[in-house]
Ligand binder design. Structure first.
Ligand SMILES: NC(=O)c1ccc[n+]([C@@H]2O[C@H](COP(=O)([O-])OP(=O)(O)OC[C@H]3O[C@@H](n4cnc5c(N)ncnc54)[C@H](O)[C@@H]3O)[C@@H](O)[C@H]2O)c1
Ligand SMILES: O=P(O)(O)OC[C@H](O)CO
Length: 329
């Protein structure tokens, strides 16, 4: 067993937090799983199931649900799995309970609205005593919970820390690669959600598989341009957390971001489902950051315009198809 990570705190008892709690238990860790809703947590403790967010999956015996952040005092590392836009507030409440230097691993995918900060930057501000890291890659909570083979990336500025965390959390079916390209990993996870909404629109409009493939390839070109402008390494963007997650999220209605796009494409308007679609919340920050560094992102921009109600679906598709043909780059 890797030294130092015998116990893991998971903050956020949604689908992904619950799946990661079970995966950590499968890897041999003791796990404290925090959720904000005391009633839901009590029900989970009784039934050993997260009926709201991950129904049908039994909670591993090593997972202890709690609604008290103070119960995370003393864990060896924390996974932050609340939605991106809630991460700052929850991390701020968590901060007094953490020991200095503890790894704080964001598992959320997004950019903070208003500040245009990536998730590890948000955690660094909200929990300055902790050591930020990130876990991201192509992985549906249901697949991980079912023990299906999954591979993701865990990145920290200190490569040894990333390797130690990956060893502590990984198992035969949940493979963790390690990296020190934190920025690259967070850019892939944030950008792919916005692009997946566009892929869903293409699917919902019935534009065909060829258009879907073109969307993924041109979306990836946007992700690469943005990544380079913000200091990501190319091999990270072409890896699990970039291209890998883009392909997954742009390919199936199992993705909530793709499903949102499907609805938009079919119905033409925004019909909120109540399900979390991080891309809808990150799109405006992504486009603003692209503008700030002169990065051309026409697909992301079209998604943002549709979500903001400045463009309808036909206009958005028309504007993309009307772009001058140019050298592929
Ligand atoms: N579900 C997946 O397959 C998956 C996979 C990889 C990454 N992620 C990422 O994980 C993050 C969480 O997604 P999820 O799938 O667990 O979502 P979810 O909708 O299943 O659960 C979100 C959880 O966060 C809680 N929450 C919401 N607002 C909160 C707040 N202000 N304070 C405290 N808790 C709050 C909700 O009560 C809920 O328990 C997202 O950033 C998502 O992109 C999800
Ligand atoms: O359901 P989505 O669109 O939030 O995607 C979940 C994961 O990020 C896929 O890797």
């Amino acid at each position: 067993m890797p030294a130092g990570f015998a116990s893991i705190g998971v903050v956020g008892a949604g689908a992904w937090g619950t799946a990661l709690a079970n995966a950590s238990a499968r890897a041999g860790r003791e796990v404290v799983l925090w959720g904000r809703d005391a009633e839901a947590i009590a029900a989970m403790a009784r039934s050993r199931e997260n009926r709201l967010h991950l129904p049908g999956v039994e909670l591993a015996p090593a997972v202890t649900p709690t609604a008290r952040l103070a119960d995370l005092a003393g864990v060896d590392a924390v996974l932050m799995v609340v939605p991106a836009q809630a991460s700052r507030a929850v991390a701020g409440e968590l901060a007094p309970h953490l020991s200095a230097g503890i790894p704080l691993v964001t598992c959320a995918k997004g950019i903070e609205r208003g500040t245009s900060l990536f998730m590890t930057q948000v955690l660094a501000e909200a929990c300055p005593e902790a050591t930020p890291a990130i876990l991201s890659g192509p992985s549906f909570a249901a697949d991980v919970a079912a023990g299906l083979p999954t591979a993701v990336t865990l990145a920290a500025r200190d490569l040894d820390l990333a390797e130690g965390l990956a060893a502590a959390l990984g198992s035969g079916s949940f493979r963790l690669y390690h990296s020190d390209d934190v920025r690259g990993v967070e850019i892939g996870g944030a950008a792919k959600n916005v692009l997946a909404i566009a892929a869903g629109i293409v699917g919902g409009r019935g534009l065909g598989a060829s258009a879907g493939a073109a969307l993924i390839a041109r979306g990836f070109a946007e992700l690469m341009r943005f990544g380079k402008a913000y200091g990501a390494r190319a091999e990270t963007l072409t890896g699990l957390s970039g291209l890998g997650d883009l392909i997954l999220t742009c390919s199936t209605a199992q993705s909530r971001n793709y499903a949102l796009g499907l609805d938009l494409g079919r119905a033409g308007g925004l019909h909120p489902s109540g399900r979390l679609a991080e891309g809808a919340l990150t799109a405006s920050a992504l486009v603003a950051m692209a503008d700030a560094r002169g990065v051309d992102m026409p697909i992301a921009r079209a998604v943002e315009a549709v979500l903001a109600g400045r463009s309808d679906i036909e206009q958005a598709i028309g504007s993309l198809l009307a772009r001058p043909q140019k050298a592929e780059a």
